[in-house]
Every structure is written in structure tokens, then in C-alpha cells.
Design a binder for this molecule. Structure first.
Ligand SMILES: NC(=O)c1ccc[n+]([C@@H]2O[C@H](COP(=O)([O-])OP(=O)(O)OC[C@H]3O[C@@H](n4cnc5c(N)ncnc54)[C@H](OP(=O)(O)O)[C@@H]3O)[C@@H](O)[C@H]2O)c1
Length: 316
């Protein structure tokens, strides 16, 4: 039976947009991995005038090269935004093949199909491509050195994308959370609702990133022709411990939590996990800000927005 991918497409708003020169912008956009945190936020943030085709894994498994090529042929997108990935960081240590299928084979298939069909590709990667030993924010051209299977698979995915499609845009991001799906913020809210005391790692430093802000940045990027590797997170830096304390305070202020949980700072050694994580993964976003004219917003402000979003969804 022939696949029908167009059933997953819709026109956002009503008007068709043109750029200042009068030519058609890249208005036909395919989002892959549309069922995840970022995929959902990309659908919510889609600008008017786009024809958006949003395919979740059930609609299109990127590890299936033939299906990917058929989808690209049928939909003829000007731009593909790949939000799909295998993101189970700890499980990746024992599920190396699955991580490879999601993070290397899938992106490679997509990049090859984009190259064949003349589509732009925006691919999303991670701070876990770095070893975390830097003492100042990572620039996109800094040496990589992943310390986990997840990080290695994502780096191999970047290389596969770059190999098939040298002009692809790769946007690395970090510590992603959203009202959709599972993530640190929602886990903390649940545990804080259940427990009087909680230990959280205080010696890993990075920057939380609200997926809604990342989605807006990617939509801005989709309307340019820029390629290369860029970094995006919210602004500022904190440890997981600081992040947890902020979730507790902001959660109580919004009425999502009704009592104070005592949060103890832990070391990484106190809280062993199957996968090693970078101790420091703050991004230098200067080039992103300059080239795309998008300014990152401070992480705690974004956290408040996400918690409000979560509350609105719960009350809807
Ligand atoms: N989450 C983070 O903290 C974080 C940090 C840094 C970078 N990133 C990157 O940000 C991007 C978005 O992450 P996210 O947080 O939105 O992840 P997510 O919520 O786990 O969503 C990923 C989506 O990709 C789908 N997927 C996995 N393998 C696929 C395949 N072979 N074909 C099609 N779809 C597939 C998943 O479907 P199933 O659920 O069915 O598997 C899921 O819906 C990813 O590139 C990730 O590596 C995330």
C-alpha cells in the first residue's frame, strides 16, 4: 500500500508568505520526530503561511531509508527540520544499536534524501558531543569528545549529516524541557509532590532550554539559507541543583507545588548513572545571536513560562 504522507500536512494561517525580494520563502516545511518535546513545540510555533507536514515516528521511521525517500518525494519540502532522536541517555549505554539507528542511520537517511530532492536540512544535536572539561562556554568549532554512547551517536549523526549534505544547518542544544513529554522539570515536580527531601547533582553545570524557545529559533533559521553548526540554549548557566531549587520556588509560586521540599546538593559520585555526563556544557551562542538575530532569554524566565504553560494545559 502506498504511503500517504500529505494527510499529515496543514496550512498554518491562510496567507502564503513572500520575502522582501518577492520570491517564495521556504514555506513547505517537513518536521520529523514530530511527537517529541521539540517536535510538538515546533508544531505550536509554526509561523503563518507555512505548509507544515509533521511526521511522528509512527508516520515515518527515519531508520527506513526507502520510506524517508518516498516521504521527501511525495511532500517536496523546501526545508526539513529534524527533531527526531534516540534521547534515552542512560539506556543508550546498553542499547548502542538502537541509539545508532535513531541518531546516525536516521539523520544520514534524511540528509541523503534531502540532498537528492534539493531540500534544506536543519538537524538538531546536543551539548553531549563535548567532554565537559572546558572552563568557559563552548563555541561551535571547539573540539568534540563525547563521554557517553548517546554523545558518540549524536556526534556520528552530525558527521553523517555533514557528509551527505555539506550545507546542512546543525543546531546543538542542551537540557531541553517542555510541557510535552518527559523531562527533568516534570520529574522534579512529581518527586517534589511526593517527597520531603531530594538530592540533586550540583557539580554538573549547563543551561536549561525551553523547547518552545528553541522551536522559535529554528523557525527563524528555517527562513534563512544559512548552513553550518550553531549553538542554542536559553541564557545563563546553572547546576542541576540550582535548576531543581528554581523549579521548587517557581512551582510553589504558581501553585503547582503546595509544600517546600528540602533539596540537598549531591556530587556526581554520590549519584552514579550508567552514562557519564559532561561536567560543564555551557554554550557560547554569540554566532547564533549575530547570524540569526535571535537573542536567548534567561533560563529562569523561560522556566516560569513553561510552568505557566503546564498549568494552563492542566486547567484546560
Ligand atoms: N532532551 C534533551 O535534554 C536534549 C538535550 C540536548 C539535545 N537534545 C536534542 O534535541 C532534539 C529533540 O529532543 P527532544 O527532547 O524533543 O527528544 P524527545 O522528546 O525524546 O523526542 C524525540 C522524538 O524522536 C522520535 N524518534 C526516535 N527515533 C526515531 C526514528 N528512527 N524515526 C523517527 N522518529 C524517531 C521519538 O519517538 P519515540 O518516542 O517513539 O521513540 C520522539 O518522538 C534531539 O535531537 C535531541 O538529541 C535534547
Amino acid at each position: 500500500m502506498a504511503a500517504n504522507y500529505t494527510g499529515n500536512c496543514s496550512m498554518i494561517g491562510g496567507l502564503s508568505r513572500t520575502d522582501t525580494a518577492g520570491s517564495q520563502l521556504n514555506t513547505n516545511v517537513l518536521v520529523t520526530g514530530a511527537g517529541g518535546q521539540l517536535g510538538r513545540e515546533l508544531q505550536r510555533a509554526a509561523p503563518e503561511g507555512m505548509t507544515l507536514c509533521a511526521l511522528a515516528r509512527a508516520d515515518l521511521d527515519l531508520a527506513d531509508a526507502e520510506a524517508v525517500d518516498t516521504a521527501l518525494a511525495e511532500l517536496s519540502p523546501g526545508v526539513v527540520i529534524n527533531a527526531a532522536a534516540y534521547t534515552a541517555v542512560d539506556r543508550a549505554e546498553s542499547e548502542i544499536e538502537r541509539a545508532h539507528a535513531g541518531n546516525v542511520t536516521g539523520p544520514a537517511n534524511l540528509a541523503l534524501a534531502c540532498a537528492r530532492r534539493g531540500a534544506r536540512l536543519i538537524h538538531v544535536s546536543t551539548d553531549f558531543v563535548f567532554d565537559g572539561q572546558a572552563g568557559s562556554p563552548y563555541t561551535p568549532d571547539q573540539a568534540t569528545g563525547p563521554v557517553s554512547e548517546y554523545g558518540r551517536s549524536k556526534l556520528a549523526g552530525e558527521l553523517a549529516v555533514r557528509d551527505a549534505l555539506p550545507d546542512a544547518l546543525i543546531v546543538r542544544t542542551a537540557w531541553v524541557y517542555s510541557a510535552f513529554g518527559g523531562n527533568f522539570v516534570k520529574t522534579m515536580l512529581r518527586l517534589m509532590g511526593e517527597r520531603d527531601e531530594l538530592g540533586v547533582v550540583a557539580d554538573q553545570v549547563g543551561t536549561p532550554t525551553w523547547a518552545a524557545g528553541l522551536a522559535q529559533m529554528l523557525w527563524t533559521a528555517a527562513q534563512t539559507e544559512l548552513g553550518g553548526t550553531y549553538h542554542w540554549s536559553d541564557a545563563g548557566a546553572c547546576s542541576w541543583y540550582d535548576f531543581a531549587c528554581a523549579i521548587s520556588e517557581e512551582g510553589q509560586a504558581l501553585g503547582l507545588l503546595d509544600s517546600d521540599t528540602h533539596i540537598r546538593p549531591l556530587t556526581t559520585a554520590d549519584y552514579p548513572t550508567p552514562a557519564q555526563r559532561p561536567a560543564y556544557s555551557v554554550f557560547d551562542k554569540t554566532a547564533t545571536w549575530r547570524d540569526f538575530d535571535v537573542a536567548p532569554i534567561q533560563w529562569r524566565r523561560q522556566l516560569r513560562h513553561m510552568l505557566q504553560d503546564l498549568k494552563d494545559m492542566e486547567n484546560a
